[in-house]
Design a protein around this ligand. Structure first.
Ligand code: 5AD
Length: 363
């Protein structure tokens, strides 16, 4: 049955849901093996590092699951200075990371967009284009997206969180709009960014069918990059008080199957092995690579700010500095037979094909 599905060129929602529901060890091994073969064939086995700079935790959003939501008053808010951000970017460059990811809570003020524009230009000015710049700064207006692109950013990550609008409505307050999120994703693509999206996995009420819909959604919007991870409760959030229907182990395994299936269906995109995987297992990120992911985002945020960017309980790296993490990670990547694509941008091959007009996956 599994083999039959894995041999098919195009998968239906039911077939994707069946793969996501695999339980036995042997079937799981076959799924990951297939995903790994697709990864090797379409993106190779280099792991690309992106230096993650969590530059601020001020957030206008109030998502029921997120630790830096506006309503969490037990949190000290911070914003890194331009100099601190450029220094973190320099660390990325010195360590051979091809690009940085600037991530923060969502701030739609003019002052924030000016600041980011200046930082992007500063990275270009100081490092002469040697460093790629990815943004993960939430929903902004089209003009802001354009200005940041013109300043030198070329990738943007904006998770849809769940592609089911009903489910989305359960995890966000009423003034958060699913349609607006979709419009932002379209605007980003229109502007010329390589566009990344993704979901949380193992949310209360989320089924394999929902997740299968998410994979088809990624395909439909022609995403270039995918970042997904297990949902992990945060005790100071409204959802943190509810019980989670899946155990951490189940959520980890479901997230790994989700990576594998996304690789099989989307083929030539970049897929991140995210920090949240590591929160559930010490070897979570390596397992993500073996299930089909090819990007890792080591955290370069200064130690004094790490505690302020706790999206969920038990977020790893709060007390581990970037140098120690890098060394450990590199050894582990070599141990699984892969290598780090140092000094390379590692753009999503899908993006190249998309802009040349031959990206059709057909699914
Ligand atoms: N568990 C897992 N991921 C979370 N995020 C926010 N809160 C949580 C949580 N409790 C993720 C969201 C967001 C990204 C920056 O972090 O998917 O897009």
């Amino acid at each position: 049955m599994i083999d039959e599905i894995l041999r098919k060129e195009h998968l239906s929602r039911e077939e994707i849901a069946a793969l996501l529901s695999i339980e036995g060890e042997e079937d799981t091994r076959r799924l990951f093996q297939r995903a790994y073969a697709v990864k090797r064939g379409h993106v190779g086995t280099a792991v690309y590092f992106r230096g993650l700079i969590e530059l601020g935790n001020v957030c206008g959003k109030d998502c029921f699951y997120c630790g830096i939501r506006r309503g969490n008053s037990s949190l000290e808010r911070y914003m890194m200075t331009r100099e601190e951000i450029l220094d973190a970017a320099e660390l990325a460059l010195n360590w051979g990371y091809g690009s940085v990811v600037l991530q923060a809570g969502e701030d739609r003020s003019a002052c924030f967009s000016d600041f980011i524009e200046d930082v992007i230009a500063g990275i270009g000015g100081r490092f002469g284009g040697a460093l790629g710049v990815t943004l993960s700064l939430g929903e902004q207006d089209d003009e802001t997206y354009r200005r940041w692109f013109a300043a030198g950013a070329h990738r943007y990550l904006l998770r849809i969180e769940t592609s089911d609008s009903g489910l989305y409505g359960r995890f966000h307050p009423e003034d958060h709009s699913f349609e607006r999120r979709l419009r932002c994703l379209a605007a980003l693509k229109e502007t010329g960014y390589q566009v990344g999206t993704g979901v949380m996995i193992g949310l209360p009420g989320q089924t394999a069918e929902h997740l299968a819909g998410d994979v088809l959604f990624f395909n439909k919007i022609d995403a270039d990059m995918i970042g997904m991870g297990p949902y992990i409760p945060h005790s100071d959030t409204p959802m943190g008080k509810d019980c989670v229907p899946f155990s951490p182990e189940e959520r980890l395994n479901l997230a790994l199957r989700m990576i594998a299936v996304t690789r099989i269906v989307l083929k030539d995109v970049n897929i991140a092995s995210t920090t949240a995987l590591q929160a559930l297992s010490d070897t979570g990120r390596e397992l993500g690579l073996l299930a089909g992911a090819n990007v890792i985002m080591p955290n370069l945020t200064g130690m004094k700010y790490r505690g302020g960017y706790r999206l969920y309980d038990g977020k790893p790296g709060i007390d581990e500095n970037a140098a120690a993490f890098r060394e450990r990670l590199e050894t582990r990547i070599r141990d699984i037979g892969e290598y780090v694509g140092y000094g390379l941008r590692g753009d999503s091959p899908h993006y190249g094909k998309r802009v040349r007009g031959d990206a059709g996956r057909g699914n």
